[in-house]
Structure formats: structure tokens, C-alpha cells
Design a binder for this molecule. Structure first.
Ligand SMILES: NC(=O)c1ccc[n+]([C@@H]2O[C@H](COP(=O)([O-])OP(=O)(O)OC[C@H]3O[C@@H](n4cnc5c(N)ncnc54)[C@H](O)[C@@H]3O)[C@@H](O)[C@H]2O)c1
Length: 484
């Protein structure tokens, strides 16, 4: 089929190369001329596993082309996918101006019956709104080719986007039209095969499914992060707790990795948009408000740990490993590293940072004479008083703790992604701090037991104990419980 993809960012580009790989004739359209020039030469503007190979093969074999001419693009495709961005606006609402522009252009240039497919994440009702925009544009032109609108939300994960597109968990197709459903079935048939479930539903449900999925996953992350913070107070180990609950099929083990919070271009904005949409209808999405609040606090965890260990950072050099919001991508949107590095610099620290692929994007966001972008992970350690690990890249997992210790001036490692085990790191002489796995586990357990013992059945009984040590432990335990 002839398919046009408008917007060749992370989603649009991957969709374009994968659709051409399965045999469709695809034209990718973008307003960004630089990006399109690169793509025409076979250069991928983003880092994504497997993308380069698919891009060059399909360009060479003539199934894939790129252009900036929207008229040409709309006329070309029997189906036009809109994969433009829906970034947050100043009111934490999805900015729909780019989607609106594509719908207007669709109405302006459609020259036959076509499908308008929304792949971007859009608030419920946007598909119907696009329908109105297109209908009015066609009426103004005095033409009636007919068209349908489809909601086809995207669930790919950056870092595994090609794989996720070629072999998705599910495909969601929202439309009120039988004809549109049949066309979508044809597009996806090489991918859907017998193993991939396809859910056909209404436009509204398709739009809601995307927000519900992201909100649920973000909730899982904030939940496990709060459990991690509690483990730190009472002497538990979050990795084991997560493993234990993940064994329950009703819960599942994925998205239960405690760390320094979620970032990226999707979760933060989608959760905020859903909260705002609820508010507009007098509904308080209290669970999502909490998810957001917890996440925002969690982004401070590594910083707070460092400040506790080194209250004065003015003469300190801090090494940072990992800048992208997650591994296997160069995407820096809402990456926890940005906020954290700015805070370190605000405290007067020098920062030596390294990321395997996100350095160029990071340089554009982090402009300060106090930041040095190192050539490799080990170079970033030179003279460092502390090392912060912010993204769980596999290359960091394989690092040699003895070499880390030798290169550093200080001995503090704060592992914001729990990629190491305390035992293997501490053998090298480094002091290791992670998330939800307290370094002083026995002391925490002792305090918790003391608190339970003194609490008894009717509240804290023994505050007036003659034993000063018991009294101080009770007070500490009470303080901990207040802060929890
Ligand atoms: N990135 C992800 O992991 C992911 C996953 C699932 C869903 N989504 C959703 O998919 C959508 C796209 O996300 P993305 O990360 O690919 O965004 P992106 O910012 O990487 O790409 C958007 C592209 O659209 C182009 N564009 C904007 N207006 C245009 C117009 N009028 N005509 C042509 N091109 C235009 C931009 O130049 C840019 O290249 C968003 O709604 C996002 O929420 C993203």
C-alpha cells in the first residue's frame, strides 16, 4: 500500500522504515529540512538499534523516500499517518497544534478517499476533532472524496523501537468505519500474523487506551519507588521485594525496577495531560497526582544522598554515568540527569559526565563551564570525589570496580539504577549507595524492631523508659516513621 507518515521523529521514522520493510511504499514527511536531508542520504537523525540497516536497505530498494513537501505527501498516501509531536504546553496539556496542522493539510490536499490515522498520543476526542477539521477543509474546497479517521496509538519503547514495531505486544485500531478497519487490517497483516492480538474498537477507546497504559506503567514505577524508600527505612531490599511480587502473575515482574524516577518524552507529559483533562471535567485524578508527586521527589533521591555524604560540593568533582532518560536511546527529553546536573552545578560542583550515545543531545541542554563531557566512562572518573550512575547502560554494568576506585579521588558510588551489588563494589574499597537497598541494613532493622517492640498493642508505651539508649532509639524510630 502507499503510506505517508507525517512527522519523522522517533515514532514516525521507525514506523516508516518498518512499514517499508514489510513491503509498503512509504513516504516520510517532515517540516525539519535538516532532518529530511539527512534521511534522504540514509543518515538516521536518532540512535535506535537496527534503524540504520533498515533505513539504508529500504531507501536503496526504493520502497522508502523522504520529503518536506506536505502536498506531495498527502497526495501520495492512500493512508496518511500523523506521527507529529504532542509536547506539553505551558498548562501541562498536550500541545495539539502540530496534529491540527496535519489535519488541515490533509483536508487541503486530499485528492481521493484516504485514511487519516493518528499515531501520536492524543487526548480522547482529538480524532473526532480532526474529523471536523478535515471535513470543513474539504467543504471549503467544494470536494467530497470521502475520508475516515483512525486512532492507532503507538506503544514502542525507545531503545527497542524496531523490535517493538515489527513484533508488538498488541495493535490497537480505533475507528467507526468498516472500510477503514479493512484498510488497517491490510497494512498490519504482515506484522499481526497469528501471534499478535489486534483490538478493534472505537476512536475514543483507542485514544484512552494509550493514556491508560502509560499512566498504569508510571503508577507501577512510582509505587515501587515508594516501596524502595520504605525499604531503606526499615531494612528491606527492594530488588528482592520486587522479584517476589513480580512472581505473582496478576502483578508481573516488569516495570518494577526502583530507581531515580521516570523521564522521557511520554510518561511525564501524558500523565499531566490526563490529570488536566480530568480537571476540565471536574474530575480529580488523585492517583496520578500522587504518581507525579512521587516521581518528582524520586528524581532528587541521588542528589539528597550525595548531599548527605558531602554537604559541601563547592570544591568537589562529581562523575556522572548516563545522561539519556533510559538506556539504548539518545533521547534526553525529561531525563532526570538534566535536573540533577544543574543542581550539582548550583552547589558549586564540577561535573564530568559520560553517556554512550546521548552526549550530543546533552551538550545542547547542559551548557556550563562546569561540565566536562568525557570521551569514555573511565575518563569521566578522573579526580572524581563521587560517581553517580543515572542510566543503566549495559557498558556500565560491565565496568571494573577496582579500576573505578583507582581512577577516582574519592570513594563514593551512588547507583541510582541499582545496576551493581553492594558486595562486589565494596570489595574494591568504594562506598556503595543504591535505591531501596540500605547500606546500614542491620541498623535499620534494629530500629524497626525497636519501634515495633515499644509500640506494643496500644501505641508507644515506653517513652518514659529509664534507659536513655531506649528513649533515644524510640525518638529516632518515631522520627523515621514521621518522615516515611
Ligand atoms: N517517543 C516515543 O517513545 C513514543 C512512544 C509512543 C508514542 N509516542 C507519541 O508519538 C508522538 C510523536 O512522538 P516522537 O517522540 O516521535 O516525537 P518527535 O518530536 O521525535 O517527532 C515529531 C516530528 O514531527 C515533526 N513535525 C512537527 N510538525 C509537523 C508538521 N506539521 N508536518 C510535518 N512534520 C512535523 C517534527 O519536526 C518532528 O520531526 C507523540 O504524540 C508521542 O507522545 C512517542
Amino acid at each position: 500500500m502507499k503510506i505517508t507518515i507525517v512527522g519523522t521523529g522517533y515514532v514516525g521514522l521507525i514506523t516508516a522504515v518498518c512499514f517499508s520493510e514489510i513491503g509498503h511504499d512509504v513516504m516520510g514527511i517532515d517540516i525539519d529540512e535538516k532532518k529530511i536531508k539527512k534521511l534522504q542520504k540514509g543518515i538516521a537523525p536518532i540512535y535506535e538499534l537496527g534503524l540504520d540497516e533498515l533505513l539504508s536497505r529500504n531507501l536503496k530498494e526504493g520502497r522508502l523516500k523522504f520529503d518536506t513537501d506536505i502536498k506531495k505527501g498527502i497526495e501520495f498516501g492512500e493512508v496518511v499517518f500523523s506521527a507529529v509531536g504532542t509536547p506539553p504546553d505551558m498548562n501541562h496539556w498536550a500541545d495539539l497544534q502540530y496534529v491540527e496542522a496535519v489535519a488541515k493539510n490533509f483536508g487541503k490536499y486530499a485528492n481521493d478517499y484516504k485514511l487519516f490515522v493518528n499515531k501520536s498520543t492524543v487526548p480522547v476526542g482529538t480524532g473526532d476533532w480532526c474529523y471536523q477539521i478535515i471535513k470543513e477543509a474539504l467543504q471549503q474546497r467544494g470536494v467530497d472524496f470521502g475520508f475516515d479517521v483512525v486512532g492507532n496509538p503507538e506503544f514502542l519503547r525507545e531503545g527497542a523501537a524496531v523490535k517493538d514495531t515489527m513484533d508488538p505486544d498488541r495493535i490497537i485500531i480505533g475507528t467507526h468505519s468498516k472500510k477503514a478497519r479493512e484498510i488497517m487490517q491490510k497494512i498490519y497483516s504482515p506484522i499481526a500474523k497469528s501471534t499478535v492480538p489486534v483490538l478493534y474498537t472505537t476512536l475514543e477507546n483507542a485514544e484512552l487506551i494509550k493514556y491508560a497504559a502509560n499512566s498504569f506503567l508510571a503508577t507501577k514505577i512510582s509505587f515501587i519507588n515508594q516501596m524502595a524508600n520504605f525499604c531503606e527505612r526499615v531494612g528491606g531490599d527492594i530488588t528482592v521485594v520486587a522479584k517476589g511480587i513480580g512472581m505473582d502473575k496478576r502483578i508481573g515482574g516488569r516495570f518494577l525496577h526502583a530507581g531515580i524516577g521516570y523521564g522521557g518524552s511520554c510518561f511525564p507529559k501524558d500523565i499531566k495531560t490526563l490529570i488536566q483533562h480530568g480537571k476540565a471535567f471536574g474530575y480529580d485524578f488523585s492517583i496520578l497526582e500522587a504518581v507525579e508527586q512521587v516521581n518528582s521527589g524520586q528524581k532528587e533521591v541521588a542528589f539528597e544522598k550525595l548531599m548527605h555524604l558531602c554537604p559541601d560540593l563547592s570544591d568537589k568533582t562529581i562523575a556522572v554515568w548516563g545522561l539519556s532518560f533510559k538506556p539504548k536511546t539518545d533521547d534526553m527529553r525529561e531525563a532526570p540527569s538534566v535536573k540533577l546536573i544543574k543542581k550539582l552545578i548550583g552547589e558549586g560542583a564540577k561535573v564530568n559526565c559520560y553517556d554512550p550515545v546521548a552526549m550530543e543531545n546533552a551538550k545542547a541542554l547542559l551548557k556550563s563551564g562546569s561540565i566536562n563531557f568525557a570521551k569514555d566512562a573511565y575518563e569521566a572518573l578522573k579526580n572524581a570525589d563521587a560517581l553517580l550512575i543515572l542510566t543503566e547502560w549495559d557498558t556500565f554494568r560491565a565496568a571494573d570496580p577496582t579500576r573505578i576506585k583507582e581512577l577516582m579521588k574519592g570513594d563514593i558510588m551512588i547507583d541510582g539504577r541499582n545496576i551493581f551489588e553492594a558486595e562486589e563494589i565494596e570489595k574494591s574499597g568504594l562506598k556503595y549507595f543504591s535505591v531501596g537497598r540500605p547500606d546500614n541494613i542491620n541498623q535499620k532493622r534494629k530500629l524497626n524492631i525497636q519501634w515495633l517492640k515499644n509500640r506494643g498493642h496500644g501505641g508507644i508505651k515506653d517513652k518514659t523508659s529509664d534507659d536513655a539508649e531506649v528513649r533515644s532509639e524510640i525518638l529516632m524510630a518515631e522520627k523515621i516513621s514521621e518522615n516515611s
